[in-house]
Design a protein around this ligand. Structure first.
Ligand code: 3PG
Length: 249
């Protein structure tokens, strides 16, 4: 059983995925892991979510995969069977906490108020997701929670991106941030793996203590570069990218 707080602290950024096409699971998992984002939440928001989870677990067995958007206790067992090693819920429900404990599955439940936080603590949980973080108060709310609840660590999620993530990550009660920004839907639909890899590397570099990423003149975190591939000699190589099995070539 993983130690959730420690794992979150190690990665600092958790991609939150909602994949519709299982065939994208393996290449995306490879890209995220290579970038250093090896703790991944796969939300139960698409019909394919469990198939995606299983495909990622098969393709990247060393990745730490979790199931997200858990709203019923029954969803946990299925996810564990497909490879989930932690679970994330948008809110806190005692029934889900009890089922997760019975399965020895680390749970990151969402809270949005002091009352919910205290209910989670009463179930032995002190590493919590703040959700939806930006909409309910973001950094000032986390600062306000720190005085009465210094023992609680948060993974804020919801409305976080490269611009505001650093302000969250420098708070003493934030161990990681979650978000979907590094896998934009349009790039995923276009299977623009090169651009997603760029964004994933930039997201991984938000981890405190990471070496600074070179800045490009034309592109920032929100604007990935065109998906051109270059050979070792610096010449454009239209054949590079992912091979037919979805592996990076
Ligand atoms: C979600 O609700 O999907 C997660 O919290 C991620 O939120 P985001 O898309 O705003 O990053």
């Amino acid at each position: 059983m993983i130690e959730l707080r420690q794992q979150l602290q190690e990665v600092a950024v958790v991609p939150v995925l909602a994949l519709e096409r299982p065939q994208e699971a393996a290449p995306l998992a490879e890209i995220l892991c290579e970038a250093g984002l090896s703790m991944i939440e796969i939300t139960l928001r698409t019909e394919s979510a469990l198939a995606v989870l299983e495909a990622m677990a098969t393709a990247q067995p060393q990745a730490l995969l979790g199931v997200g958007t858990v709203k019923t206790a029954a969803q946990l067992r299925q996810a564990v069977d497909r490879g989930a090693r932690f679970a994330v819920s948008p809110g806190f429900l005692p029934a889900i906490a009890e089922a997760a404990a019975a399965l020895k599955l680390p749970l990151l439940p969402g809270v949005a108020s002091a009352t919910e936080l205290m209910a989670a603590q009463a179930h032995g949980l002190d590493t919590l997701k703040l959700f939806p973080a930006q909409a309910i108060g973001g950094v000032p709310l986390l600062k306000a929670f720190h005085a009465p609840f210094p023992e609680v660590a948060f993974c804020p999620t919801g409305g976080i991106g490269p611009d505001n993530a650093p302000a969250y990550l420098e708070l003493p009660n934030v161990v990681a941030v979650g978000g979907s920004w590094m896998v934009p839907r349009d790039l995923l639909m276009a299977r623009d793996w090169s651009a997603i890899a760029h964004m994933a590397r930039r997201a991984a570099a938000l981890r405190p203590g990471s070496p600074p990423q070179p800045q490009t003149k034309q592109h920032d975190d929100q604007t990935p570069p065109p998906s051109h591939h270059f050979s070792a000699a610096g010449e454009e190589d239209p054949g590079a990218g992912l091979d037919e099995t979805g592996r990076l070539s």
